[in-house]
Design a protein around this ligand. Structure first.
Ligand code: BGC
Length: 733
């Protein structure tokens, strides 16, 4: 909160009374000394002190401060990461974003945002770095779990909902701008992307979240079309400021987010994070060489202070207490999200009826098997790691749900015969397999960072500097700081991009053994994105994608398997029938071309059918579209649809609207999650602004309104054979 009686506090009062935040910020910048202005250009902590703290665990102990100027009362900001919650303190670990993407539930995502915003403030942070919306171009991307899916419209809506929620309490930061869809090579790769692919596929969701009023944008590490994102005038000025009218602040990604002091300031990067590094060392020379000007510096600081003033009233609200971390209400929300996120991929009959939902009254003994059955497995171990005070594992969740009714046993399954014996003695076997943070997640070190250590300033502690250089240069064992408390280690996350899209051989072998011992075998897949399962799927009657489901994940999986909740998740990515149907992915690439073609529309273009299409998920009841129509009214496409539930249980469906020119590819332009009681019909009304169908003209560098006949497809997933198609002549609209 801003100190009273200061110039900043007076400016904040005027803004609250209606003054323009930018003019007030400019006036404050006019009152600053040169040194104060330069102070605001990077994080407030000195480099090596900060880096040591970060490397030995401080990363997740306190926020990163920046742009604080006490003389004028400017509070600066205090950054903390996400997206699966707040990474500081014993916070609520929500399911990862990819799981939340599978809920298609904007109201839920907004409520999660609100809970996260409250917890963020409770740990003393004011800026939330958890709105991660890079597009899932390929499922091997190590940080796939941090985004919502492969489709820009869907990702944008979910990210906007999170932003709305968070910004009731704090400022949100959307990242990583832009085209950051691979991990191991993120510090080096130059992504070539033409204007159409950039604006139609890699940027629309960022624009959506900017339109939502997001406070901040974090630039990406990679380069786009030869410009490092942290110093790209094209991205940071031409597109973000000039074309989109972004009025907030731009911060860099951490430590290696820019290479050159002057060009980064001139390009429109406002704050170098998290420490004084490149700018601190190079700004004098850059100014002397004319690479940036004092006006550029003033502009950057004005952007930051404008943002602080815009949020001054929100940040003046008292912080919630520390008891809001993992509070019962927030845990309930995490459970709701994990339950809604579970995607039922397969549910075949055994003994004449679908194996799921399980009837608790028929169960005397359940075996929960697999290396992930009873371990804390929340996902990435890097910047998104949330230190939840406890985690309900799948085994614990199923055991609790059947307490007093059935005997629930668990085993990691490393001895296949023993696992088969346990399965054979049980009424049902649940096999929990997939990945951990060792298989996918943030990657720092190795060849990705070895060549960057020379960007670091010289250290006052040569031993520490040498140790860091070693850690960043190789996949060595973590350095143990001899001066720190026991257990503190200097080390960073090494998950990285996935080496394979399949399960490990031992997991597949376990599934085979268990399935041969018990026909009622259910596989729960823990992963951040698509897993190819064709080599074993026919061995088992049921498969659920249960994700890194957060601290309440075990309760959620039990609720879904036992039918206490409906499986209502729908994939927000395509699971291809064959890996060759995906775009190329080279995790060591120094150059990559991102074209318009990935995801379900790539498969549509190439005539491939997915193993499990985008938008797909089964239900326990019998849902169908009973009606759908579309018309142009008042400059929008108005879609009406009805979902009928012909089964005997309540159900949830996601009505999806795809559209595109006749003869071209249709892409998602609208969706609505709808609950339908048994035997009932529910209506939905989905409005599609015509500009969602606009095309980018690469010659004029602007959007062209859609023209001619377009096909509107109302469907339950991207390959729905029962989809209803309506052709609309937009010229007549
Ligand atoms: C990640 C960002 C994160 C930042 C701060 C970087 O390595 O790429 O997503 O916000 O660290 O933790």
């Amino acid at each position: 909160m801003a100190a009273q009686g200061t110039e900043y506090a007076a400016a904040a009062r005027r803004v609250a009374a209606g003054a323009d935040p930018r003019s007030e910020a400019s006036a404050l910048v006019g009152l600053m000394t040169d040194d104060e202005r330069r102070w605001c250009l990077d994080g407030d902590l000195p480099f090596w002190t900060g880096l040591e703290d970060l490397g030995v665990g401080g990363y997740h102990r306190r926020p990163f401060p920046a742009a604080r100027v006490d003389r004028l009362g400017i509070p600066g900001f205090a950054f903390s990461d996400g997206p699966r919650g707040v990474v500081i303190g014993p916070a609520t670990a929500f399911p990862v974003s990819m799981a939340r993407g599978a809920t298609w539930d904007l109201d839920l995502e907004e409520r999660i945002g609100e809970a996260i915003g409250a917890e963020l403030r409770a740990v003393g942070a004011t800026l939330y770095g958890g709105v991660c919306v890079n597009i899932l171009r390929h499922p091997a991307w190590g940080r796939a779990q941090e985004t919502y899916g492969e489709d820009p419209f869907h990702v944008g809506e979910l990210g906007a909902a999170l932003t709305r929620g968070v910004q009731r309490h704090a400022m949100a930061c959307v990242k990583h701008f832009a085209a950051n869809s691979m991990e191991n090579a993120r510090f080096t790769v130059d992504v070539t992307v033409d204007e159409v692919a950039l604006h139609e596929v890699y940027l629309p969701h960022f624009k959506r979240i900017v339109d939502e009023g997001v406070a901040s944008v974090m630039s990406a590490y990679n380069a786009v079309n030869g410009e490092w994102c942290g110093q790209s005038p094209t991205l940071l000025t031409d597109i973000l400021r000039d074309e989109w009218g972004f009025d907030g602040m731009v911060i860099s990604d951490w430590i290696f987010g820019l290479r050159d002091a002057g060009p980064s300031v001139a390009a429109g990067l406002d704050v170098e994070m998290p420490y004084r590094m490149i700018r601190h060392a190079g700004l004098d020379a850059a100014l002397a060489a004319g690479q940036c000007t004092d006006d550029d510096i003033a502009e950057a600081v004005t952007n930051t202070i404008t943002t602080l003033l815009r949020f001054a009233d929100v940040l003046a609200e008292p912080s919630p207490g520390i008891e809001s971390l993992a509070s019962p209400a927030h845990r309930a929300l995490a459970r709701e999200a994990a339950t809604k996120a579970a995607v039922l991929l397969r549910n075949e009959a055994v003994g004449g009826r679908p194996v799921l939902p399980l009837a608790a009254e028929d169960l005397a003994r359940v075996a929960v098997l697999g290396s992930l059955a009873d371990v804390r497995n929340l996902g990435d171990g890097g910047s998104s790691d949330v230190w939840a005070p406890e985690v309900v594992t799948p085994f614990a969740g199923i055991r609790d749900a059947l307490a007093g009714r059935a005997d629930v046993v668990t085993d990691p399954g490393s001895d296949l015969d023993a696992a088969a014996r346990l399965a054979g003695q049980a009424d049902v076997a649940v096999v929990v397999v997939g990945y951990t943070k060792a298989d996918e997640g943030e990657f720092i070190g190795g060849s990705g960072t070895a060549h960057l250590v020379d960007l670091m300033p010289g250290a006052d502690d040569p031993d520490l500097e040498a140790a860091f250089r070693a850690v960043l240069a190789a996949d060595t064992e973590p350095y143990v700081n001899p001066n720190s408390t026991a257990g503190d280690q200097l080390g960073f996350s090494k998950g990285g991009d996935r080496a394979s899209l399949r399960l490990r051989d031992d997991d597949v072998a376990l599934i085979g053994s268990v399935a041969s011992a018990n026909p009622r075998t259910i596989v729960a897949i823990v992963a951040g994105s698509a897993v190819l399962i064709d080599e074993w799927v026919d061995l088992v009657p049921a498969v659920v994608q249960s994700w890194y489901a957060g601290m309440e994940g075990g309760h959620a999986v039990a609720d879904v398997l036992l039918g206490r909740a409906e499986p209502s998740g729908r994939l927000a990515f395509t699971v291809p029938a064959d890996e060759s149907h995906l775009p190329e992915f080279d995790r060591e690439a120094t150059e990559a071309t991102y074209d318009q073609w990935h995801g379900y529309w790539r498969l549509a273009r190439d005539g491939h059918r997915a193993a499990f299409p985008f938008g797909f998920g089964l239900s326990y009841t019998d849902l169908a579209l009973s009606h759908a129509d579309a018309a142009i009214l008042a400059g929008e496409i108005q879609v009406t649809a009805s979902v009928v539930n012909r089964g005997e249980r309540p159900g949830v469906d996601v009505v999806q609207v795809y559209a595109g020119p006749v003869g071209g590819i249709s892409r998602l332009v609208g969706f609505a999650r709808v609950e339908v009681d048994a035997g009932q019909t529910a209506d939905v009304d989905i409005r599609v602004a015509l500009n969602r169908l606009a095309r980018r003209d690469p010659t004029a560098h602007e959007w062209v309104a859609p023209q001619g006949v377009h096909r509107v497809v109302v469907a339950r997933h991207a390959e729905d054979p029962a989809a209803v198609q309506v052709e609309l002549d937009l010229d007549l609209g």
